[in-house]
Design a protein around this ligand. Structure first.
Ligand code: GRF
Length: 208
């Protein structure tokens, strides 16, 4: 049984998608906690209603990034995570924090990385005249929105698309992509070799 800690900053719809898939598909995992850096994050309500332990580590209350990351790490580690899932967690993390969770921290980013790291990805895709856009799940490394890619989902960019219509189309795919990727981790099917992710075949089950 793997312990998953999910970090959010707001709406938490990706967190919700992971929780629902875990419950519906009976993964060998449990959500040990949902942690937010914003006390008002909407996603906390969903987690509380589900009986999932929640915690807030408010970045506003810390004088530096290093102090915040240290407090966050201490809170996360109380829940003994096998995996940390960043789900709309809007903070740039320090290198020691990222290093501490190397190989066991995933992020979802709303673009087809390496295209458009950072913010305003949907508008950037429209402005660049891209025909395709999407989302990426990757292992977190010290460089923002880089790190070995686990999986990507693609959507078309349609004529007349706005940031709103395009982000909505991508979000539908994010809600399938993130549960898929987290499940692969839970089932020990991800291996990082020379900085690239290899997806392993499902463990064979034999019944006699
Ligand atoms: C998602 O688009 C995610 O890819 C990005 O931030 C957004 C978070 O949405 N990192 P939600 O909080 O999961 O609803």
């Amino acid at each position: 049984m793997k312990n998953i800690v999910i970090l959010i900053s707001g709406r938490g719809s990706n967190m919700e998608a992971v929780v629902r898939a875990l419950e519906a598909e009976g993964w060998p995992a449990r959500i040990a906690a949902v942690i937010s850096n914003k006390p008002e994050a909407k996603g906390l309500d969903f987690a509380r209603a589900r009986g999932i332990p929640t915690a807030v580590v408010a970045n506003k209350e810390y004088g530096s990034r290093a102090e915040f990351d240290a407090a966050l790490q201490e809170t996360i580690d109380r829940f003994a995570p096998d995996l940390v899932v960043l789900a709309g967690f809007m903070r740039i993390l320090t290198a020691p924090f990222v290093e501490h969770y190397a190989g066991r921290m995933l992020n979802i980013h709303p673009s087809l990385l390496p295209l458009f790291p950072g913010l305003a990805t949907h508008q950037q895709a429209i402005d660049a005249g891209e025909k395709e856009h999407g989302a990426t799940v990757h292992f977190v490394t010290a460089e923002l929105d880089h790190g070995p890619v686990v999986a990507q989902a693609r959507v078309p960019v349609l004529p007349g698309d706005t940031e709103e219509t395009l982000s909505a189309r991508v979000l539908v795919e994010e809600h399938k992509l993130y549960p898929y990727a987290v499940r692969l981790f839970v089932e020990d099917r991800l291996s990082i070799e020379n900085g690239e992710v290899r997806i392993l075949a499902p463990a064979e089950t034999t019944s006699i």
